[in-house]
Design a protein around this ligand. Structure first.
Ligand code: MG
Length: 157
């Protein structure tokens, strides 16, 4: 399952190293000796969690179906157009972020506001439906960052 969601992310243009770069940007100011490899290991650890895998599976599947025009109306239009009042994309992503507590929530809010790194790439693609993907990736990075904050970057979980 972990490999499957990793592949799904890759097919949607998101490599785990992209997520690790977001984690690094979030956490490096607080842990100056942190490396990109530490961040990648933390992302991989968060991806071990079944609830995280299910959140990614659900959101990416809905994005893909919307992209192919396969959802029923009115949901098809709402998701294809990333309707601002929809909000379920963020709620789903919070199920990832919440795994590591309130630091994750703060990180998620920051990423959602700044849209840095791969999040900008995801949001700027006019040919794809990434309604869920941007929030899921932000949630994943926020959780991996919170995990480092809680455990210290040499911890194994
Ligand atoms: Mg969204």
């Amino acid at each position: 399952m972990k490999q499957m969601v990793t592949n799904m992310l890759a097919e949607r243009g998101v490599r785990l190293t992209d997520v690790a770069a977001l984690v690094y940007a979030l956490q490096q100011p607080y842990q100056p000796r942190l490396t990109l490899a530490d961040c990648l290991a933390s992302v991989a650890s968060v991806l071990e969690k079944r609830e995280v895998q299910y959140a990614l599976l659900t959101g990416i599947t809905i994005d893909t179906l919307a992209e192919q025009g396969l959802l029923a109306e009115p949901l098809q239009s709402v998701i294809a157009q990333d309707e601002p009042l929809y909000g379920i994309d963020e709620v789903l992503a919070l199920s990832i972020t919440n795994v590591y507590g309130t630091i994750g929530l703060t990180n998620f809010g920051y990423l959602d506001k700044t849209k840095m790194g791969v999040l900008a790439t995801i949001n700027d693609n006019p040919h794809a439906v990434h309604t869920f993907l941007d929030d899921l990736v932000a949630g994943l990075a926020a959780a991996a960052s919170a995990r480092l904050a809680h455990n210290g970057w040499r911890a194994t979980d």
